[in-house]
Design a protein around this ligand. Structure first.
Ligand code: BES
Ligand code: MN
Ligand code: ZN
Length: 496
């Protein structure tokens, strides 16, 4: 997909679809839309006067023009006080979904100044492109036949002359993030028989080749030598060999890197502690954290910001078999602590423990992990926020604010000392499940046992990584959560 900023009167934009994003309207059109209204024979003002279109959130109204834009789509963003970068992104996504439905391959956006809220031209450029690509996303790679809508090829942002350079800067950022977001969703959508640990490693290798990153992929023998006992324990029930994938982006010389870790369970059956079969297919999404890290590296390659970032992905399947780990088994982690595996379905924390231990060698400025870690976080926060934990309140707040800007909410859960007790093992240093009470927090505490020497934040994305119902701005399926949050976090640090 290509995106551009254009300075051209609305009534003369040569596009199959012009989306005009507006807030709630009383009964009058803002003056900046009057010439467009004239082109449409007053159809806009009549739709507004008759209150067929009021500008409420997610509402749309389509018009046909005799010349200039072939179609005009009014898209509602809700009350003026509610127009934020999130509202603009959402409306852009709603419009792009409509564009795909109509089968057009090009869309132009305009947001009249009356409806900008406090959103700057730069941010506007960014979130319009992010929203457009979010709404236009389709996954057809595994369909041999049947209906396929043409992809969206062109996104045009209609600007006033004086705001053009700023909007274009935002457009560049938005496009880089959107390409990463799309990669993450495409990877998430792939089933476990295709998206294996080696497949994820190949994606990392391709990114490294395309953008000049350093990449390291460890196989089982190397993991053995390096002492990745917890990752190997999870992997031992599968015929798919595990991988530990490390990507290094260097944009700022010798500065301490930001380190991102993503859970890469390419399928989670639960292992010997097997899951119920209902909806078990959704456990192909258990590599969503890994997808978020890979998507973020695509953004880095596109944008090349002055910062250092390390991405680390422990990748394996979790399957039952004659060689699988059993409840009660004790293994030695990379960190050195002995872990009693009381539940083989609490595998994510095992592979993350080794990753958290390994990244100490990079002397990171901070470490953030993203993982579809617990069903409990879905009970606690539902599908509207990721769980956020860590060992550093300042970092936690920085991550929360990045999520706010990204439209990927997260909410803090406390890692109070009292919860730590639940992970005490009778025979080893720690056990991998603290039982049902506060399941997301005890999982967070388990990870913390393997954190040493850096500020760390953990995102439990089990409730936000995919959606099982179609929503106005987002098709059913993978959400690509994490890419935008990581990107905002990184770019926020660059801005200082
Ligand atoms: N991948 C799952 C968590 C999950 C559940 C993600 C539902 C998305 C939706 C994780 O590996 C898991 O199985 N966690 C267990 C932990 C328990 C055994 C302590 C859980 O949450 O039930
Ligand atoms: Mn599990
Ligand atoms: Zn899992």
């Amino acid at each position: 997909m290509n995106s551009t900023v254009k300075v051209v009167p609305l009534e003369r934009v040569p596009t199959p679809l012009l989306a005009v994003l507006v807030g709630t309207l009383d009964d009058k059109l803002p003056t900046s839309l009057l010439s467009l209204d004239e082109l449409l024979g007053d159809a806009l003002s009549r739709a507004v006067a008759q209150r067929d279109f009021t500008g409420e959130r997610d509402s749309t109204q389509l018009f046909y023009a005799p010349r200039g834009p072939r179609r005009v789509l009014l898209v509602g963003m809700g009350k003026l006080t509610e127009i934020t970068r999130g509202a603009v992104r959402r409306a852009a996504a709603v419009a792009a979904r409509r564009a795909i439905g109509l089968g057009v391959d090009s869309i132009a956006f305009h947001v009249p100044h009356e409806f900008r809220g406090g959103v700057t031209p730069e941010t506007l450029g960014q979130v319009l492109v992010e929203g457009a690509m979010q709404g236009a996303w389709q996954f057809n790679a595994l369909r041999a036949a049947g209906e396929k809508k043409p992809p969206l090829k062109n996104v045009e942002l209609i600007a006033a002359r004086e705001e053009r350079p700023e909007m274009d800067r935002g457009r560049t950022i938005g496009q880089a993030i959107a390409i990463g977001h799309k990669l993450a969703r495409n990877l998430q959508a792939l089933p476990g028989n295709i998206c294996t640990p080696e497949y994820l490693a190949n994606v990392a290798r391709q990114l490294a080749k395309a953008y000049g990153f350093k990449v390291t992929v460890m196989n089982a023998a190397q993991l053995q030598r390096e002492g990745f006992g917890a990752l190997l324990a999870v992997a031992q029930g599968s015929v798919q060999e595990p991988r530990f994938i490390v990507l290094e982006y260097r944009g700022a010389g010798r500065e301490a890197p930001i380190c991102l870790i993503g859970k890469g369970i390419t399928f989670d059956s639960g292992g010997i502690s097997i899951k119920p079969s209902e909806k078990m297919d959704e456990m192909k999404y258990d590599m969503s954290g890994a997808a978020a890290v890979l998507g973020t590296f695509e953004m880095l390659g596109q944008l090349k910001p002055p910062v250092n970032v390390v991405g680390a992905i422990p990748a394996t399947e979790n399957l039952p078999s004659g060689s699988a780990i059993k409840p009660g088994d004790v293994v030695r982690s990379h960190f050195g602590k002995m872990i009693e595996i009381v539940n083989t379905d609490a595998e994510g924390r095992l592979i993350l423990a080794d990753a958290l231990s390994y990244v100490r060698r990079f002397k990171p400025a901070c470490v953030i992990d993203a993982a579809t870690l617990t069903g409990a976080v879905v009970i606690g926060l539902g599908h509207h926020a990721s769980g956020l934990m860590g060992n550093d309140d300042q970092l936690i707040e920085e991550v929360r604010l990045a999520g706010e800007r990204a439209g990927e909410r997260c909410w803090p859960l406390p890692l109070w000392d009292e919860y730590r007790e639940q992970n005490k093992s009778d025979i080893a240093d720690v056990k991998n499940s603290g039982g049902r009470p506060a399941g997301s927090i005890t999982a967070g505490w388990f990870l913390r046992e393997f954190v040493d020497g850096f500020p760390w934040a953990h995102l439990d994305i089990a409730g936000t990584a995919w959606t099982d119902k179609d929503q106005p701005p987002m098709a059913k399926g993978p959400t690509g959560v994490g890419v935008r949050l990581f990107s905002e976090f990184i770019l926020g640090r660059v801005r200082g």
